[in-house]
Design a protein around this ligand. Structure first.
Ligand SMILES: Cc1cc2nc3c(=O)[nH]c(=O)nc-3n(C[C@H](O)[C@H](O)[C@H](O)COP(=O)(O)OP(=O)(O)OC[C@H]3O[C@@H](n4cnc5c(N)ncnc54)[C@H](O)[C@@H]3O)c2cc1C
Length: 397
């Protein structure tokens, strides 16, 4: 029996995230979004990021025994919705560590989990973030034909070559969220026995941030290109201790995190809807509020409908991921696709409801529209996720 009612603890965390988002993030989001040089964003956002770190948002997935929140997927989902409603970019910066720590939870040995979770949570600086680097300039090279046979194959150029007690890592990664401000980066690299994840402390010699991306939206989020120039990591940093587990771990990350991204998209759509709804009541033309023009009223009703439907599907996927022993990869993918497509439509319509004012930077909705676009692209493009879901349907999964 599906139950979407939240526990008292979940409501408390939701309220904390909402208050933090609305009182601390939202008032500065527009100003941060307008900073022309992306390198200057982090120093100006640092204080609010530190507050989010103190509240534990990067550590939601870390089990309580290590000092994390030990949150279930529904809790993580409601937090992503609240942070996404405040600012999608900062939601990404604060949330991405959970994707990286999830890799350790899915594949890490007990010793690896203990070491890295405790290192993160005992950090005194208050800014221990983790990033996750899979994407490469030539793409991940995912073989979509192999998916029809139930296989996951990648063509990675980043290599990890064993050499005695160490691995030597060489290659490039691109579009990496928080890669320029994280303390550790979980990197997917090709070993002789297949793709594998490695924990790389970002102060390791040869780990270079070569570019900070200047983006259309999510401008408050740190997003970078990375270069690995003969980076040496000890063998103990190979997640799971065995080569060739990276594809399994990557599919597990998508299986869980796509529902989180869906929740972020719902929050973003909600923010645009709330702005458009209020504007449509206040903007008076021909002596009536524009919501009473049927064309506008129907847009507002459609926004509400798409948000409710997207949230219901996202929560269904989160619930499934909480109750099943393995991630519900198909449902998570479908929830992410549906919610991000809904966010794109809702934010675009919000600009339409505002008319010419919606196109102006002094109003909030053009930013929401720019922010929404990448939710259809990151964590698997919506095309790739639709293909993944269709192969799972074909295979009866
Ligand atoms: C802001 C941002 C943050 C990101 N954060 C991270 C991060 O933290 N870590 C990380 O590893 N990555 C991250 N990414 C990368 C992101 O996941 C990729 O951009 C995304 O998966 C698409 O890959 P690509 O950019 O190489 O596009 P491409 O693979 O070049 O795709 C181009 C187009 O072709 C389509 N396409 C590609 N292959 C197929 C196929 N087989 N069949 C049909 N259509 C196909 C795509 O859907 C798309 O429309 C981030 C990206 C952005 C923009």
């Amino acid at each position: 029996m599906i139950d979407f009612s939240l526990t008292d603890e979940q409501v408390a965390i939701q309220n904390t995230a909402r208050e933090f988002g609305q009182k601390e993030i939202k008032p500065i989001a527009a100003e941060l979004d307008r900073i022309p040089d992306p390198k200057e964003v982090f120093p100006r956002a640092r204080e609010v990021i530190e507050k989010g770190v103190k509240l534990g948002f990067p550590y939601m997935i870390i089990p309580k025994e290590y000092g994390g929140l030990g949150a279930d997927h529904r809790t993580i989902g409601v937090v992503f919705e609240e942070l996404g409603a405040a600012d999608a970019g900062l939601a990404g910066t604060l949330g991405i560590s959970n994707f990286a720590f999830l890799t350790l939870l899915l594949g890490g040995t007990d010793a690896q989990q203990k070491k890295w979770f405790e290192t993160a949570l005992s950090d005194k600086d208050g800014l221990f973030l983790a990033s996750w680097a899979a994407t490469e300039p030539q793409g991940l090279g995912m073989d979509t034909d192999a998916l029809w046979e139930g296989q996951t194959r990648f063509n990675l150029k980043t290599s990890a070559v064993p050499d005695g007690d160490i691995y030597r890592i060489n290659g490039e990664k691109c579009f990496i969220t928080a890669g320029g401000i994280s303390r550790i980066c979980i990197v997917l690299a090709q070993t002789p026995k297949g793709p594998s994840h490695f924990v790389i402390p970002t102060d390791t010699p040869g780990f270079e941030v070569t570019k900070t991306e200047d983006m259309m939206g999510h401008r408050t989020m740190n997003d970078v290109e990375l270069f690995f120039d003969n980076v040496k990591v000890p063998r103990e940093n190979l997640i799971s201790g065995e080569e060739g587990k990276g594809a399994f771990e990557l599919m597990g990350i998508l299986g869980y995190s796509d529902a989180w991204v869906g929740a972020l998209a719902v929050g973003l759509a909600r923010a645009a809807y709330e702005a458009a709804r209020e504007y449509s009541k206040l903007r008076v033309l021909a002596e009536k509020p524009i919501i009473r023009f049927q064309a506008v009223g129907m847009m507002i009703a459609d926004m509400a409908m798409q948000i409710e439907a997207a949230r219901a599907l996202v929560w269904r996927a989160l619930w499934s991921n909480d109750t099943m022993p393995v991630p519900d990869t198909k449902l998570s993918a479908l929830a992410k696709v549906f919610a991000s497509d809904a966010a794109m439509r809702v934010t675009t319509d919000a600009v339409q409801v505002y008319g010419g004012a919606g196109y102006m930077k002094e109003n909030p909705v053009e930013k929401y529209m720019r922010d929404a676009k990448v939710t259809q692209i990151y964590e698997g493009t919506n095309e790739l996720l639709r293909i993944l879901a269709s192969t799972m349907i074909y295979l009866g999964m």
